[in-house]
Design a protein around this ligand. Sequence first.
Ligand code: IPM
Ligand code: MG
Length: 370
Amino acid sequence: MATRKLLLLPGDGIGPEVMAEVSRLLGFLAKSGIASFEIEEGLVGGGCYDAHKVSITEETMAKAHAADAVIFGAVGGPKWDDVPYDVRPEAGLLRLRKDLGLFANIRPAICYPALAESSSLKREVVEGLDIIILRELTGGVYFGEPKTITDLGNGQKRAVDTQVYDTYEIERIARVGFELARRRRNKVTSMEKRNVMKTGVLWREVVTDVHAREYKDVELEHMLADAGGMQIVRWPKQFDVIVTDNLFGDMLSDIAAMLTGSLGMLPSASLGEVDAKTKRRKALYEPVHGSAPDIAGKGIANPIAMLASFGMALRYSFNMGKEADLLDAAIAAVLAKGLRTADIKSDGAKIVSTSEMGEAVVGELERLSV
Ligand code: IPM
Ligand code: MG
């Protein structure tokens, strides 16, 4: 295989701590001859603002375009609350998503058997859960124009965000959803708010058309996004793949994260269109959790979401499904042995640090790989 190019962007808060465990994993993969990668690193978010007064530099953007996969930690923190809006830490992440065309955000919510007790929901509701929230990532109200705050001059201001979707944007995310479902339990639930939003009306219409034209073999159901949120906490196992827009997907994926025990468990993949010539697609992998400034620097963050995000890179960018399966098995085995970071602690479990957890997962992977 041609060289595999990675760009590591650890970012802020706990980002660098959890990324260090990816580096440990990369070290093992290289040393054991399983896979070697060409690795670049860069600044993003608040750390980049401090150094360059922007949340990502043009040089780093160029490296991101050249990489097969960007591995992203987390950005933001109270330190940058007052920086100008355009260069706030989150802007760097949004630019990466937009400029790389990463419209499909796959957020699996998997409840490892060993963690069923860590969820705030009852064991029978979450045990064995394996669903995907597929979030549209480059359109909708996060990017729509106009996006303004206007002074009305009478002591009032008016803020406007614009929710906008074109047919092609809904079609391509729907296709990703149906393709994912075909390799799983063959069911797609589309969520929108057609009862109050025009974008919801179009969303439902386009998803229905794509289904009728290309994916009749897949079961399709529609749900209003608010009712969908309720159903996700009531009985999440009714779902397989949930496809929804940028805003609803942001919220519903955080809700789904809690089903799994901790936000520290959830990986994600953000994928672009497959290039017709090269057959490759741009991709960025990041944990769903944020920079967690409250626990940053203490060495207690859970690295599992970050490691599992790298696992998704193996699966989706490097065609290494076998290795990705082994990594998932290593994570499950470490949890089954009773090792826990603080966020997922339970009675009788051994509390470990970020690096101890990373070491245990890599150690288990080594045992499984021989
Ligand atoms: C996420 C985050 C981001 C988002 C922020 C950090 C911009 O909440 O990835 O879910 O809103 O998309
Ligand atoms: Mg979010």
